[in-house]
Design a protein around this ligand. Structure first.
Ligand SMILES: [Zn+2]
Length: 167
């Protein structure tokens, strides 16, 4: 049999969305006010064909994992835990947020997603979702995958794409 090229499979669905609040900091001292987006995720995985099933990865499984990852941060305030300027302190039932040393917000803990990112930009959200997806794919025993590409859109026509090659 002659060697085959590689395949890419993509998933983007109405339910791969998360309606979340955030604010980002910019270089210097600028910082946005709190606001929300209907974020949408689109994922592409690349890899060799599984010779038993003739697919790269099971769509049903991929959609299930992605839906769970989106649901985890849906309807929450997304807060960065690795920012130099935004300090997020969890104290039981509430989370206090300071920006540049000044108190800014207090949220109920249950309404927050504390994320291991330096800023809640779409770029960082795309990387975070990719890391989480990668861990889930490992757990699911996925083999032969060569790359993951994650797009996170925060507005129509405004998105970031993160791509990682898998060893
Ligand atoms: Zn925004």
């Amino acid at each position: 049999m002659q060697p085959r090229g590689e395949f890419r499979v993509s998933v983007t669905k109405d339910y791969l969305v998360f309606a979340s609040a955030h604010f980002i900091t910019f270089a210097g001292h600028r910082c946005e006010g709190l606001h929300g987006h209907n974020y949408r995720a689109r994922v592409t995985v690349e890899g060799a064909l599984n010779q038993e099933s003739w697919f790269v990865f099971d769509f049903v499984e991929l959609k299930r994992i992605m839906k769970r990852l989106c649901d985890e941060i849906d309807h929450l305030v997304l807060l960065p835990l690795e920012s130099d300027r935004v300090e997020v302190r969890e104290d039981g039932a509430s989370v206090s947020v300071s920006v540049d040393g000044k108190p800014r917000y207090v949220f109920p803990t249950r309404d927050c997603a504390l994320l291991p990112v330096p800023n809640t930009t779409v770029e960082m959200l795309a990387e975070l979702l990719t890391d989480r997806l990668r861990a889930e794919l490992d757990k699911a025993g996925a083999r032969g995958l060569t790359a993951i590409e994650m797009e996170v859109e925060e507005n129509f026509g405004q998105s970031a794409v993160y791509r990682v090659a898998l060893a």
